[in-house]
Design a protein around this ligand. Structure first.
Ligand code: UDP
Ligand code: MG
Length: 149
């Protein structure tokens, strides 16, 4: 089973969409194996987005991600990385199709509500960055034969 990291970024929390967005991931059949709310430090935000350090939007992105609480979620399921990327949609809320999270709720490029890991390797590193080992669970949902059959 694959794992991935989702962040409900500060705009999602401020706009009171956290519950609704968590529901979308649950309803897809993904399993929550870790979940917490925290306000990211500058150090954490910079590590998380280090791949974008040279981009013109980087400073603004770091101040956005540190501006308020974020909900960090570790999800598990068949091809969880691709499943989450599909639910999220494209980076730009305007270009993202209706039915996706960003397509339904975002009109910004930066303030696009969610982060999802883009590869299995990055997912592993990002889960380790945001969660301590003891904050993660490993469990078998009772409906797994229906969801994953
Ligand atoms: N971002 C931005 N301006 C851009 C591109 C990206 O502010 O021109 C922000 C946006 O919040 C995005 C994040 O930087 O989610 C990371 O960019 P990436 O290209 O990895 O997009 P994602 O994987 O989140 O779709
Ligand atoms: Mg990305």
């Amino acid at each position: 089973m694959e794992r991935t990291l989702v962040l409900l970024k500060p705009d999602a929390v401020q706009r009171r969409l956290a519950g609704e967005l968590i529901s979308r991931f649950e309803r897809k059949g993904l399993t929550i194996v870790g979940l917490k709310m925290l306000q990211a430090s500058k150090d954490l935000a910079e590590k998380h987005y280090s791949v974008h350090a040279a981009r013109p939007f980087y400073q603004s992105l770091i101040s956005f991600l540190t501006s308020g609480p974020t909900v960090a979620i570790a999800l598990e399921g068949r091809e969880a990385v691709a499943a989450v990327r599909g639910l999220m949609g494209l980076t730009d809320g305007v270009k993202s199709p209706p039915g996706t999270i960003r397509g339904d709720y975002a009109i910004s490029i930066q303030n696009n509500l969610v982060h999802g890991s883009d590869s299995v390797d990055n997912a592993k590193a990002e889960i380790e960055l945001w969660f301590k080992p003891e904050e993660l669970t490993s469990w078998n949902p009772t409906d797994s034969s229906w969801v994953a059959g």
